[in-house]
Write a protein that binds this ligand. Structure first.
Ligand code: GUN
Length: 294
């Protein structure tokens, strides 16, 4: 079998167009969704992500605010920025780009973001809402994007066994919570695996839907995959490659070529989950605005 490739670029484009159309309707009523991104430090990957988020915002016809400070910024300064954005009526969504410099308490900063503007879905109030199935929850963008990929690709989650590899706060835990909710993209039977899981390949081989979010390049090999399974690769890893102009290539958590031979569908890296994350950030900003004006 050769797997169908799930095209994250095309799916993300469709979502961004839907968001842009919605934003245009709101603009006609004098309302404009606004997203603020806070970048502390000069990490090149973070700078690139923030640039993509700004561009997506502008393309969607949204108001975009970028606040950048050097890595030497104090925790008090960052908290002050968050307070100002919380009070800014033109800003409906706030995203503090992670990781923050080590001298800043990440939890303290994330908890300071007004839950109504928490488009990352990291605030305990949104985490709680997600767990209890409250539809007003702002959902973490990456797992929300994965769920949209499954829905929009016609992959049935209801009754399926979904195995999530990785238990991070940003991906693994919210992913599992989304998949066990009732309704489209939910109703799955979910297993969450991690570094202490016994017989990890064996557990993964029971998955109808295998979601890899471990952060280890090509960790999932063919012996983790049941023939016909759907594979979603959340990983983005840099691997040294002297043949590339930049000296590295990007690869996922899944050994793509060998797994694509036995899966029924698979997401590539790049061009899979990555673009969905930004699309869902736009979607969340729109949701935050709708809920704010209600
Ligand atoms: N850094 C890497 N992924 C993310 C994310 O989803 N949100 C934020 N704020 N920072 C990140």
């Amino acid at each position: 079998m050769s797997a169908r490739i799930i095209d994250g670029v095309a799916l993300a484009k469709a979502i961004r167009e839907e968001v842009a159309a919605e934003a245009a309707k709101l603009a006609a009523k004098g309302m404009r969704p606004g997203l603020a991104v806070v970048l502390i430090g000069e990490d090149p990957a973070s700078k690139a992500y923030v640039g993509s988020k700004e561009k997506a915002c502008i393309e969607a016809g949204m108001h975009s605010v970028k606040i950048a400070r050097p890595a030497t910024a104090s925790e008090a300064e960052v908290l002050e920025i968050v307070d100002q954005l919380n009070a800014d009526r033109a800003v409906h969504g706030i995203l503090v780009q992670l990781p923050l410099p080590k001298h800043i308490n990440t939890e303290k900063v994330l908890n300071r973001v007004d839950p109504a503007k928490d488009v990352d879905g990291f605030h305990p109030q949104n985490v709680g809402k997600l767990v209890i199935g409250d539809p007003t929850a702002l959902r973490p963008c990456t797992p929300y994007g994965v769920q949209q990929m499954l829905i929009r690709s016609g992959i049935e989650t209801r009754g399926a066994h979904a195995v999530v590899v990785g238990r991070s706060t940003i991906v693994g835990k919210p992913m599992a919570n989304l998949l066990i909710q009732t309704g489209p993209g939910g109703d799955a039977t979910v297993t969450v695996c991690h570094s202490k899981t016994r017989d990890l390949p064996g557990v993964c081989r029971t998955a109808d839907i295998l979601i890899a979010a471990i952060g280890k390049a090509e960790f999932v090999t063919r012996d983790f995959v049941k023939p016909g399974a759907v594979i979603i690769d959340v990983g983005i890893n840099r691997v040294d490659d002297a043949s590339k102009p930049r000296g590295y290539r990007l690869t996922g958590d899944v050994a793509y070529a060998e797994c694509a031979e036995i899966a029924s569908a698979i997401t590539p890296v790049p061009g899979g989950v990555g673009p969905m994350t930004i699309a869902m950030l736009m979607q969340n900003t729109l949701q935050a605005m709708r809920q704010a004006v209600r």
